[in-house]
Design a binder for this molecule. Structure first.
Ligand code: ATP
Length: 230
């Protein structure tokens, strides 16, 4: 509705949280940061995946100042602690052929959840900041949300100035995917490969077992297992 760039919407309760390809994002009331940020970057649509990487760099930078176990980024932009997902980021956009009209970065961060606050089907794969904290005391969600917004602004400005190569390097410093064996799960099946590198525009470079290299786009693939523990 013509909201200006930089508009941030944060909700205490989210009843229809979404992941990729119609998956559900569990958003327990009052326990997390469920936030959307509107950007209107002057970018070609093919560069938006870099913005997705940039968002995960911003969130992880904000988390690095907290007294928690070390977080890492799973390609393209999930944030894990001890191998479990603490934050999911979903980028949605509207674009014409050559130009992005808007991008909404949706961030779901589990903050004060206890084990029992997660539904059974994600209990083993999800964690929260509180569960990863040294004291297990609750965190102040407003302070953390403010930290994420500040980092997002800083990383976004630096990305526009320095370009995708800079974002890819920042991302690599904090990733837990490269150098690992992964399963590439797509509509057509599951393939094992080694995650080798990312391209500046955010594609994952993999080496298949027959020695061939390939590039993978995040819209097409989910990464599973193998050994993504930080
Ligand atoms: P995957 O994590 O399997 O690679 P993905 O990155 O595409 O998939 P998303 O679409 O970002 O996943 O997120 C949806 C998935 O995340 C769900 O299918 C569920 O497994 C998991 N999930 C849902 N809610 C939460 C939550 N609050 N915390 C952690 N994980 C969650």
């Amino acid at each position: 509705d013509n909201a200006p760039e930089g508009t941030v919407v944060i909700s205490d309760i989210q009843t229809a949280g979404r992941g990729r390809r119609g998956r559900t994002w569990m958003s327990a009331p009052g326990l997390g940061i469920w936030m959307s940020v509107l950007l209107k970057p002057n970018l070609h649509p093919s560069q938006v995946q870099t913005l997705t990487l940039a968002s995960s760099v911003a969130v992880i930078r904000a988390l690095e100042s907290l007294d928690i176990e070390i977080p890492g980024i799973k390609w393209p932009n999930d944030i894990l602690i001890g191998g479990k997902k603490v934050c999911g980021i979903l980028t949605e956009l509207s674009a014409e052929a050559e130009k992005v009209e808007w991008v909404v970065i949706g961030i779901g961060l589990n903050v004060n959840h206890d084990h029992d606050d997660f539904p059974n089907d994600i209990k083993d794969i999800a964690t929260s900041l509180r569960l990863s904290g040294r004291t297990q005391e609750p965190f102040n969600r407003s302070e953390i949300a403010a930290g994420i917004i500040n980092e997002l602004e800083a990383v976004y400005m630096e990305f526009l100035e320095k370009g995708p190569g800079w974002v890819a390097e920042e991302w690599k410093k904090r990733n837990v995917t490269l150098g690992k064996r992964v399963e590439l799960v797509s509509q057509t099946g599951v393939t094992e490969a080694e995650a080798v590198d990312i391209t500046p525009d955010g594609r994952l470079i993999v080496r298949y077992d027959d020695g061939r290299n390939g590039e993978v786009l995040s819209g097409e693939i989910s990464l599973r297992r193998t050994n993504l523990t930080v």
